[in-house]
Every structure is written in C-alpha cells, then in structure tokens.
Design a protein around this ligand. Structure first.
Ligand code: SF4
Length: 713
C-alpha cells in the first residue's frame, strides 16, 4: 500500500487564454484532484467547468504511447532517423520551402522556441505556422499596425477598474469563463459598472449586459467608424493625446465621418441604440473594449481590430487603469508562441523577419547557418501548398487540422496525398493521426514542463506532476532530437526545458540596445532552481527589473519607427470604395445562411480531452444548430429534429435548436464535434478557406451553408 502524504504542484490550466493557475494534488496512490490556485493573478482561485474537470481527462485511455511508422510500432531511433532523413532529403532535392511545421497554441513556449529555431535558423525556411492563426492573427496584425509591435496594452485588473466594459464578438461566459466570473462579480459588487455586448447572437454573456447590440455579421467596422465620428462630433477627442502620441487621425476620422442612418443600415442597429451606446462610450473615461473571435475570424478582422483601437487612441484611453482596448486570446499559449516567433511572419523574441538587423541579430545569437529572409506560408496557404504538391514533408504537432481547418475535407485530401506526414500528438487516433506516416508520442498536460503566456502577457509555469507514460517525450525534446539527427547538434543540445527558457530569455536581451521593450532579460541565465520556482510575471521584465510591466502606451512609447501610435483607416476606405461594400446580406439568400462557428461552454476544440469527461458532455451532449424561429418555419424545421447543413459535397448533421437568441439569416454551430464523436459533424468542412488579407486568419464566422430538414429529399 502506498504511504506518505499528498503533495501539491502549482501549474496552469491547458485550455483557454485566461491562463488560470491550478493546483494539482497528487495522493500517494497516484490519484489527482485539481483546484484553483488562490495566489494566481489570473483567477485568484476560480476555475470554470473545464478547469474543474481536468482530473477527469488525464487517464491513458486512447494515448499514443510509442512511435509508429506506417501503422506499425517502432522505436524512437528508427522513427526519428526516418523523420530526419526524409526532411533532409526533401530539402536537398526541393529546397527548404518544400517542408513545413504546423504547430499549436497548445504547445509550451519552449516547444515553440525549438521548432521555430530549427525551421527558421537551421532549415532556412519560415514555413512554420500555428493553429493560433485561426484564433488571434487579426489581433496580432492590428496591434502591429497600430503599435508597431504585437503588444496587449492592458491587463485583467482593468476589467475590475473599468466603469464600462464593451465586449465585441466575445462570448466570454463560455469561452473565457473565469474572466466572465470576474466581471460578473464586479457587476454584482458595483451595479454602476456598465456592460455592453456587441454580438449578432444573444449569448449567455449578454445576460449580464446593460445593453446588447445585435449587430449584423461583420458590421463592426461601420459601428466603430461611426463611434469615432461621434467622438469627434461631440467634442470628446483627446487632442493632447492625439497630437503628442499618434499619427493618422485625420484619415481615420474621414472614414468615420458618416451619417448615423448610414451606420445604422450597415451594422443593423437602430439609430436610437447607436446613440445610447455612443453616448455611454464617449462620457465614460474608464472604458475597456474586449474583443475576441467574432472580431478576429473575419475577412475584415484586422480592420475591425484597428477600428476599435482607433476609438481608444482618439480618447487617449489606452494602457491606463480601467481603460484600454483588450484582445483576449483563445488558446492557452497563443501569446507564448508569438513571443518566440512561432508564426510564419515573425522571428523569435518579437523580432521582425523582414528587418535585416533583427535577422542578423537572431542568426548571430543562434550561430545558425542561415535564417529565413521572408515570411513563410500562413496556415491556409500552407495546406493549399501541401495540396498543390509544393510542400512535400510536413510535421504537425499537437493539433488536429483535418477537423479544425476551413475546407477540412480538402485538408484531409491534401495530407493523404502528401509524400511525408509526421504527427506528434498525445492521442493515437484523431482524424489527423489517421493520415500520418509517422506518429510520435508527445507528453500531455500534467507530464509537460515549461511555460505559457496568457492574454494579459503573463508568463506562468506548467509543471509536471505525472510520470511520462510509455515512451512519450516532450515536444521540445523530440524536435531537438530530430535537429541533431539532421546534423545540427551544436544548436540543439538542450537537456531540460529550463535550458530552452534560459536561451529564449538570453536572446530577448541579446544586443538589445533598448530599441525594443520586449525582453525578459531579467531571466537570462536562470538556472533549474530558479525555473522551478518561477512565479507568474508579465512580460516585459527587463534586466534588473524585479517585476514585469502592467500596462503600455498611457503616455506614448509606441514601437513604430516614429514612436507614435497609428490610427489605421479600414482598407476599403483607403481604397476609396466606401466602407463595408461587401457586408453579407442579412436575410437568407440562395447561397444559404451565414454560418457562425464557435465554442460551447464545456468542450475544448476537437474534444480530444474534454470528450473524456461525461460530466462535461452533459452540458451539450451532441452537435446542434441554433436557428431563428422564423427561419425554422420557412425551412420546415421542427425543434429538436435533425437538420442537414451542406456546402457543395460537404455536409454536417446536427440537432435543431430553435431560439430567438439567434439572428435571422444566420445559424450557429459548435466547432467541436468530429468523426470520433459523431459521424457527419465536421462543421469546418463547410467553411470556405477565405482569409483576412492582412492577417491570413480564416473567416470562420462568415461561411455560407444551406440548411434543410434531414428528412428532406
Ligand atoms: Fe481553464 Fe480557461 Fe477555465 Fe481558466 S477560464 S479554468 S484557463 S478553461
């Protein structure tokens, strides 16, 4: 019988970008329970339903426990020799851009760092992109256009300090539940706190709102352009902030100068409601505008982000306690991946791949034989290139693109035809592992050691509390081993995650003359003991600093070449074609309904983990489609009947949920279900691979699909 006492391990939740601190309590008999970490600044002890059920999802059922080659078990040497040899021979024959890595916001920063270093510095291609492209790339692009860098100006505390919180395209109650809990608690304590929800659907989040603006899909640029105009016309511009710290206001204001009725028509909100919202925004100094996937996952996602930021620059409400624009990320480490260049258009340590000085600095630090000189293929382009035969070897790490990418059937066909597909994952059977030539067993949450960064730039440790099962290994370790087998022994001799983190910290400070403000140089030289004890902190934390940085830009300090924040006019305005010329029609058309995809409260992504918990499945037991009652009548669909959504040859079957929370002409379908849980439920197979031209983020909320009763011929 086991003896001894239970022990606690402080770690971080592996689900959403809130990044809650978790305490895992392990008893001597090996059982695990989880609770919220009362000391973690993201959640102060709170957890949501998914976080509370973590212990129910860590069993080994379905785990990939040893490497496989073409479906047969293999040992690590055989598998990794094959991976290294096939990548090397493909590069030798077809060049560095014939290979690619597609990674994940689930990976830890150390995993991302090693993958990015191998691809950009040693292979010499920038063909590394991440499923975070699907989640927050438009916010990254919007930040870079406005601030010169990808920097979130505020933090979670601002939500409790604000007098007005505007939630745009964000169902916080289901997608970032602990932030919702913090806001709801503050609203309870201080009823004067105003909450405005801007969303075509009346989500759960709208239930605590003082105002819900049921905006037409993609009406955000017009709404915030109109707000900018209102701010100017009512004398609410902060001239001092604008003249001292910004550029481009005049052009953005010209775009915003629209008649209220025109704005109303474009965004589908009555003039009286617009006036109410605009007046509230204009008179409330402490305003935080939170935005998420309803903003990002759009053909105009980057313009939406900048339209929001413009309003905050115009009023000087940025980086001040309780006043800021605030992008909240979907994934647990979308932000960490951005820090170490885990996207096709970025370099490590927030440096710019198109900046020669930055490239030279990174190459010198890595002592790398080369460095990629131009951006690589972003996620959608990457799978297109695989389908076209330009990419001949791909390594997919910790993600399931056969279910999650738009036009998912084409992604599956592209991978099935690709000469060499490697998948490292924790599960043996996903829709993506089924098309792999080589499977590599990766360590899972609870086994992994490293760091993640949440939506408020806070870096926290994920610490292991379970032994590695079978022959599973951490992702950074697998990548480094392949690098060594490809002949890059010098740059990849790490033996621990702490060594990788220390190198990342040293690079962020390397030859940094103060040009950029992003280093975590305070942690350069960190040793294993320091890494183990590392407490959550917000980047940047520069050399000599004892704390991180809470907020940015309250008094300028932007990272553009001119040092000023930039107003950005939407690109349709710049092109002179008038704003929102391509707004989707609001009634069902012969092209079908607007298909809005998103999350439910208790599941995560393609359900590879949350699908293990019967408790979590009780909330929503099967795929459903939300339909407005009038649309249901018109389409002959009865409540709880099965309906068929289709787009060309692709189709998905789901249960009808008829509700006037849904806007006419649009339907909502959760993105989670796939062939492992319900046949014909892969909703992303119906979504066109249309992207925002600036960010490359797919428009996952604007597809079109036909809707019919399942029984209809
Ligand atoms: Fe985990 Fe997000 Fe829930 Fe926090 S809010 S417990 S990070 S899923």
């Amino acid at each position: 019988m086991a003896t001894g006492a239970a022990h606690d391990v402080k770690t971080t939740c592996p689900y959403c970008g809130v990044g809650c601190g978790v305490i895992a309590t392990v008893t001597p008999d090996g059982s695990v329970s989880v609770s919220g970490d009362p000391e973690h600044p993201a959640n102060f002890g709170r957890l949501c339903s998914k976080g509370s059920a973590l212990a129910e999802t860590i069993d080994l059922d379905g785990r990939l426990l040893r490497p496989h080659i073409d479906g047969r078990p293999a040992d690590w040497d055989e598998a990794l020799d094959l991976v290294a040899a096939r990548f090397a021979s493909t590069i030798a024959e077809h060049g560095p851009d014939s290979v690619a890595f597609y990674v994940s916001g689930q990976l830890l920063t150390e995993d991302y760092y090693v993958a990015n270093k191998l691809m950009k510095g040693f292979i010499g291609s920038a063909n590394i992109d991440t499923n975070s492209r699907l989640c927050m790339a438009s916010s990254v692009a919007g930040h870079r256009r406005a601030f010169g860098t990808d920097t979130v100006p505020g933090n979670y505390e601002d939500l409790e300090l604000a007098d007005l919180i505007v939630l745009v395209g964000s169902n916080l109650a289901w997608c970032h539940p602990v932030l919702y809990q913090r806001i709801a608690a503050e609203k309870e304590r201080r009823p004067s706190l105003k909450i405005v929800v801007i969303d075509p659907r009346r989500t759960m989040t709208a239930d605590i709102a003082d105002m819900h603006l049921a905006i037409s899909p993609d009406g955000d640029v017009a709404l915030f352009g109109g707000l900018l105009s209102w701010i100017a016309n009512t004398g609410a511009l902060n001239y001092s902030y604008i003249s001292n710290f910004t550029t481009g206001a005049a052009q953005a204001l010209r775009f915003g100068a629209q008649d209220l009725r025109a704005v109303s028509r474009k965004c589908g909100i009555a003039p009286s409601q617009l006036i109410e919202f605009y007046s509230l925004f204009t008179r409330t100094e402490r305003t935080v505008t939170v935005y998420s996937q309803g903003v990002n996952q759009s053909e105009t996602g980057t313009d939406k982000v900048n339209a929001i930021i413009n309003c905050h620059l115009a009023t000087g409400r940025i980086g001040k306690p309780g006043a800021s624009p605030f992008s909240v990320t979907g994934q647990p480490n979308a932000m960490g991946g951005r820090e170490v260049g885990g996207m096709a258009n970025m370099l490590a340590a927030h440096m710019d791949i198109e900046n020669e000085t930055h490239r030279a600095r990174v190459q010198r630090f890595w002592q790398a034989p080369t460095v990629a000189t131009r951006p690589g293929r972003k996620a959608v382009e990457m799978f297109e290139a695989i389908g076209q035969g330009h990419i001949k070897a791909v390594w997919i790490a910790g993600t399931n693109p056969v279910d999650s990418m738009p036009e998912a059937d084409r992604v599956r066909a592209a991978l099935a035809a690709c000469p060499f597909v490697v998948v490292s994952d924790v599960l043996a059977d996903t829709d993506t592992t089924r098309v792999a030539h080589v499977l590599l067993p990766a360590a899972a949450w609870g086994e992994k050691d490293g760091t993640v960064t949440n939506s408020e730039r806070r870096i926290s440790r994920q610490r292991p509390f379970l032994p590695l099962p079978g022959s599973a290994r951490p992702d950074w370790d697998i990548m480094a081993d392949v690098a060594r087998r490809m002949g890059f022994a010098e740059g990849f001799s790490y033996t621990t995650a702490a060594e990788v983190f220390a190198e990342h910290a040293a690079l962020s400070a390397f030859e940094n003359d103060g040009e950029r403000d992003f280093d975590i140089g305070a942690h350069a030289g960190i040793d294993a003991v320091g890494y183990e004890a590392l407490a959550p902190f917000q980047w940047p934390q520069r050399r000599g600093a004892v704390t991180g940085t809470e907020r940015f830009f309250a008094a300028g300090g932007f990272f553009t070449p001119e040092g000023k924040g930039r107003f950005v006019a939407p690109r349709e305005a710049r092109a002179g074609t008038g704003p929102l010329a391509r707004l989707p029609a609001q009634e069902p058309t012969d092209q079908g309904f607007i298909l809005n995809t998103g999350r439910v409260r208790d599941h995560w992504h393609t359900m590879t983990r949350t699908g293990k918990s019967p408790r979590l499945s009780q909330h929503m037991a099967e795929p459903f489609v939300e339909i407005h009652p009038d649309d249901a009548v018109q389409s002959g669909i009865a409540e709880a009947s099965l309906v068929r959504l289709s787009k060309g040859p692709a189709q998905a079957i789901a249960r009808a949920l008829i509700t006037n929370r849904q806007r006419r002409g649009s339907v909502f379908v959760p993105m989670h279900w796939n062939d492992r849980f319900a046949s014909n439920a892969r909703i992303d197979a119906l979504v066109d691979a249309v992207t925002d031209p600036v960010s490359g983020q797919p428009a996952l909320k604007q597809a079109r699909a036909s809707l019919a009763s399942f029984n209809a011929a």
